[in-house]
Design a protein around this ligand. Sequence first.
Ligand code: UDP
Ligand code: MG
Length: 321
Amino acid sequence: MTTGGCKQTVSVIVPCYNERETIDEFYRRMTGVADRAGSYDFEIIFVNDGSGDDTALRLNELSDRDRRVKVVHLARNMGHQIAITAGMDFADGDLIVIIDADLQDPPEEIPGMLAKLEEGFDLVHAQRKRRDGESGFKLATAWLFYKLMRRFSSRDIVDNCGDFRAFNHKVLKVVRKFRERHRFMRGIFASIGFRQCIIQYDRDRRYAGETKYPFRKMLGLAINAILSFSSSPIRFITWASFALWGISLIYLIKALLDHFVFKVTVPGWTSIIILMTFYNGIILFSIGIIGSYVGRSFEQAQGRPLYWIGDTRNIDRGETE
Ligand code: UDP
Ligand code: MG
């Protein structure tokens, strides 16, 4: 970390999972930005999230050629959010940027974000104004994602912001202290306070390859986001039970009237089956919700490391754990 009148260092954190086709182009554009931004020194920290293709090879080649390129090879695929976390543990810069490797977040936006930090903001979120080249399905699920977030997360998550953001060392030190296993970085960043601002950008299409966030992973991230920042699902169980209790009370009165007043002894098979499936469904759903929280508590209590590292390049210290 540089101080005083020296140049400030910018750490750019780039999570990569099977990105062999995009890495060279990312490096070219990123170093182009770094070379033009003469007032900063750059370090580019690639976190190889257990890629199965030759991403590792490409990254090592780059790190041999260019001392600014640092590589952290995670021992296996641990997920985007963990990869970002590992990158932050190795970032030494005064200013930090998190950016995807696939060039959907244009590196050319970085100087603008750094300028905001110079203005006095601590944390700059980049918001997608337009998203190019993404399927209708992806857009729809993303829309639903932010909608759910707003509804169920107790924190103010910035609409349409991914993980493209810039922040200073003060924020880095705080965010590093969040060591929960199931992490949703957007939520963490939104919740920490400080002086935050938003810049807007056009999200490009992926340079090459395909998304590493299929529907299953998106859903996982959404569930994570809700469970990490809110206990409203558990409150929902209570409210649902009140409502059901009300409905069953009405049915109870009807049953009593049938029996004692109208003297109709209908077999009532259909209604019993309907009620049984309905109530059992609700009960299983509720157990599922509680189970999710219990499971997360269990995994957190195990206290296993968030990630572990296979190898590093151009890095000469252990991780900050
Ligand atoms: N990524 C990762 N680990 C994973 C999945 C994705 O490090 O398990 C990286 C990926 O290489 C990319 C970024 O996270 O740099 C965002 O992934 P992607 O572009 O596939 O997601 P999308 O933009 O489609 O939401
Ligand atoms: Mg992408």
